[in-house]
Design a protein around this ligand. Sequence first.
Ligand code: NPW
Ligand code: ADP
Length: 525
Amino acid sequence: MERIVPARTPTAPASARRWPLHGSAATRVIEQWAAGSLAPHTLMQRAGQAVARLARAWRPHARHILVVAGGGNNGGDGWLAAALLQQHVAGLPGARVQVWALGDTSRQPPDARWARAQALAAGVEVIGAPPAEAAQPDVVIDAVFGLGLSRRVQGSAVDAVHWLHTCAAPTLCVDLPSGLDADSGHWWVEAPASPPAPRLTLTLLTLKPGLFTGLGRACAGDAIWFDDLGVSPALAPDAWLTLPGGWPDVPALQRAHASHKGRRGDVLVLGGQLPGATGVGMTGAAILAGRAALRAGAGRVYVGLLDGGAPMPALDTGQPALMLRTAEAALASSLPEHAVVVAGCGGGPAMAALLPALLARAPRLVLDADALNALGPLSSGTALPEAWVQRRKAGWHTVLTPHPLEAARLLGCDSARVQADRLAAARTLAERLGATVALKGSGTVIAAPGTPPLVNLSGDGLLASAGTGDVLAGLIGARLAAADEATLASAAARADAVAQAVAAHGALTASWRGHWPPTATDLLL
Ligand SMILES: NC(=O)C1=CN([C@@H]2O[C@H](COP(=O)(O)OP(=O)(O)OC[C@H]3O[C@@H](n4cnc5c(N)ncnc54)[C@H](OP(=O)(O)O)[C@@H]3O)[C@@H](O)[C@H]2O)[C@@H](O)CC1
Ligand SMILES: Nc1ncnc2c1ncn2[C@@H]1O[C@H](COP(=O)(O)OP(=O)(O)O)[C@@H](O)[C@H]1O
């Protein structure tokens, strides 16, 4: 059994911290393959044992244990855990193991029927409704739905799932929090996704993508544990969960004595509309991206501001090393050809006019915010603009960093649709544009053509404030600027590089100990 969340900060090389993610279809194949080579009920026995072991380790003094068991094999895991916990607490004062049984037991699959028989033989108490408020259990085990849920919850299970998500007792979820879609992190029931009590999830056999993106992290609780039930899946993963370290590599920079700023890579940020005639300024966004690129080790960082008729600031007093200029001046130079261009942060509508030149000139281009909005819908029914075709032919690198609404605009749908299947949304955009896509949010998904997507493990809700996306864009710019062309040769390598920057960005809040949540500027201190 391994704890995946909270993650330990990696010190190992980039590839050391990655775990295969298998969706429901792949997990079924693995389950069938394993079940075929093991004695009957072995997998469920191992699953029930793992659940009981973790429940005891987490709440060693629990005497009143409630298992909420559904009608399928997820419920089976719960029934077996109840049998084992009953044996453990039997004879202790106040001991009580109850199973709130849902579903039609006459339709239980064979493994679950066997597990239920074990529990009844062990003497667990079966109940048909939740315990009264006054008799709150010390710990609850959520075994209503696991892998078998792929549509809206119906019937009596609705109330049970709602109860589970509002009850005040610590809750251990078996395989998946009931209500969560294993593949997408979509939530299939009307109930608060963030429960009030401490909870953890023990996922079994495989790690499922839905636990780590969308609403997965919010529903799964403070910790996610994994038990492979002794089975090593010989099946290619649908995606990878990543926590790459190794960047920025400060010791390597210290060792590079003969280095100079020209070797560390240049970044040009284009955006940051100044408050001109419209009175609306977004200069800070470009400054944040520039500061982040500099902080992360880029040798020279230029910020080209969209002037909008307002006077240019002479410098960024917080980071005077940033070289400020107008966007026009930046574009009149050769910077777009040789620097990594990060375009769009606070760019406003003026970004649209600059975009064609950037697409045609910048071999390494990161498109964020208003640069994405300026792209317009790139729905599959229409031909891609010629500039995209040419970029692909030339093997140029484009990174898109949409948040869900920006992704929805690009896909011509709404953000709920994007959030309902973040992996699919990121993959679609990446394949369509031949680009690397970082779909931001809880569990940022990094997708590139022809390679399984990556789901980032670092970061948390402390990042949910204005400007943190600009910081990420700057970090990605710096990461690309640090790479020589050979190391970005494949789509998978480019995705890895972007994933390193996303992981470093998420890690910025991990050590935050301030009284207040950090602002985007605080992240760069
Ligand atoms: N076999 C083994 O040895 C191992 C199994 N393992 C465990 O099995 C789990 C998968 O079990 P599973 O395939 O039986 O699915 P599960 O999550 O229990 O759901 C099925 C039940 O839910 C019901 N139901 C579904 N949708 C519904 C809805 N919308 N609204 C209402 N009801 C709905 C459905 O009812 P039905 O659709 O049949 O009417 C049925 O009763 C997996 O997550 C893991 O915990 C692992 O430990 C490995 C070893
Ligand atoms: N709950 C969360 N968990 C992890 N990361 C988050 C969460 N909320 C926001 N973030 C991250 O914060 C950043 C916000 O970016 P964005 O929405 O573009 O903000 P802005 O445009 O104001 O800079 C993204 O990198 C996103 O992944």
